[in-house]
Design a protein around this ligand. Structure first.
Ligand SMILES: [Zn+2]
Length: 447
């Protein structure tokens, strides 16, 4: 601690002490949590069966009676729901409430085909704000903090999700959204933001611009960053922490389930607590669909337990992770999802080698002279797949060095991932920056 006390600099007295937004629920003994989950699972299946013809048909086909659900493990009898089911029932076919009973709609950008549309009742929005407030507090934010929210506002759930959660926590929110990076930096420093919410790639873009302007954000009031909406690596975390001078915390969510705040790291930073009073988490083998034991990697599958408008049964997230139910040092009893570093949809198969962009990222971020901005370009040359890794030189590194750096990076990728890739070093700022989710892969292969 420095020479000044929290009172002297006007900070809330809770700073530094453990703080829980919903202490009883966050520390619920696991047996009671399981009983609550079973009860809520039954209510969710009842809601889906009674109000969504799609679910009723699937549940009938699987011979599941809502009233027969007695235990959390009964979830295994339920059919899976896939992202394509949302698209196929566009726009409101999976809703369990009539449209005029909904308070809000969000939608995904929909890069291919129709977007996926999600809806919320008043109660759903209240739960979302509570869980996002719980997540912010879990990450170290406190009532009275100034939260600079650089998640995009609009149909994307990031902006409004973080916004209402921060308000619910009792923080002061700056609803900045993405873009206007120079202005973001001015407001972060002028207003004295303690908490930054953004995608990790945009956090780095903010760091780049600040350094370019000669502004040292490490000297700002920023202490905590909540970063999510795209998978990111441990190496990326270190880079962000070093350059922004804050503690970078991983937060997880997806609009099909709710939005940001489904799970969040605590101050122990040993996995993300998944809020089990509202969601039922499973990890399965994505090929056989069989459950995998705790600690083993598989696809994360989530069932909502309290959603009214859009109950989701065994949603296949495509996120590859592991879970642990071991007690956490923070006192919260909810399971922890280990950091999600890959999404099965993002996995590239190049000449028979499975490659996640995050694996390449982990190599790049640790390499001297390279900035943490990159793109992977995959194309077919003749009958063979070919991957080019476009990286960016750090400022001050001369073009004379580019060839040597490229050889060095290609060597590391070969030895770490087992893949032969062409590496192209570009000048600073030549890789496009994202304002939201980063575009890491350009797959130009014919379908
Ligand atoms: Zn914890």
């Amino acid at each position: 601690m420095g020479a000044t006390t929290p009172a002297e600099v006007g900070l809330p007295p809770s700073r530094g002490a453990r703080y829980y937004f919903e202490p009883q629920r966050e520390a619920l003994p696991r047996e009671r949590l399981a009983a609550l989950q079973a009860k809520r699972l039954r209510a969710t299946v009842r809601n889906a069966y009674a109000n969504v013809p799609f679910h009723r048909a699937r549940l009938d086909a699987a011979f599941v009676e809502p009233e027969e659900i007695r235990h959390v493990d009964d979830v295994r009898h339920l059919p899976f729901t896939f992202k394509t089911d949302l698209r196929d029932n566009y726009p409101f076919g999976l809703f369990a409430r009539p449209r005029n009973g909904l308070a809000r709609l969000h939608a995904s950008s929909g890069t291919t085909g129709k977007p996926t549309v999600v809806g919320y009742t008043d109660n759903d929005l209240r739960t979302w704000a509570d869980l996002m407030a719980r997540s912010l507090a879990c990450a170290g934010a406190r009532p009275g903090d100034l939260v600079h929210n650089a998640y995009g506002y609009g149909l994307f759930t990031g902006g409004l999700g973080a916004h209402y959660g921060a308000e619910r926590l009792g923080a002061t929110v700056v609803p900045m959204s993405g873009g206007s990076t120079e202005r973001q930096i001015a407001l972060i420093t002028d207003f004295g933001a303690r908490v930054l919410c953004a995608t990790p790639s945009y956090a780095l873009a903010i760091a780049d611009v600040a350094e370019h302007l000669g502004i040292d954000l490490r000297q700002s009031a920023l202490e905590i960053g909540l970063f999510g909406a795209e998978p990111w690596s441990e190496a990326m975390r270190q880079e962000i922490e070093l350059r922004l001078g804050l503690t970078a915390v991983d937060i997880y969510g997806l609009s099909e389930i709710m939005g940001p705040g489904v799970a969040c790291e605590c101050e122990e930073r040993a996995g993300l607590h998944g809020w089990e009073d509202h969601f039922l988490f499973e990890v399965i083998d994505p090929e056989s669909n069989a459950p995998v034991p705790d600690g083993q990697a598989g696809e994360l599958v989530i069932t909502t337990l309290t959603k009214e408008a859009l109950p989701m049964l065994r949603y296949r997230t495509r996120d590859i992770t592991r879970v642990t139910r071991a007690p956490c040092g923070c006192g919260r009893t909810h399971l922890r999802i280990l950091r999600i570093t890959g999404r099965s949809d993002d996995m590239l198969i190049i000449r028979g080698v499975n490659v996640y962009p995050s694996q390449v990222e982990a190599v790049l971020v640790g390499t001297p002279h390279i900035a943490p901005h990159y793109q992977l370009v995959v194309e077919r040359r003749g009958s063979l797949d070919h991957m080019t890794v476009e990286v960016e030189a750090r400022r001050g590194v001369g073009p004379d060095n580019f060839d040597g750096i490229a050889r060095d990076v290609a060597h590391h990728i070969k030895s770490m991932i087992g893949l032969t890739a062409e590496v192209v070093v570009k000048k600073p700022d030549e890789i496009p920056r994202s304002q939201g989710k980063a575009v890491r892969v350009r797959d130009l292969r014919p379908k």
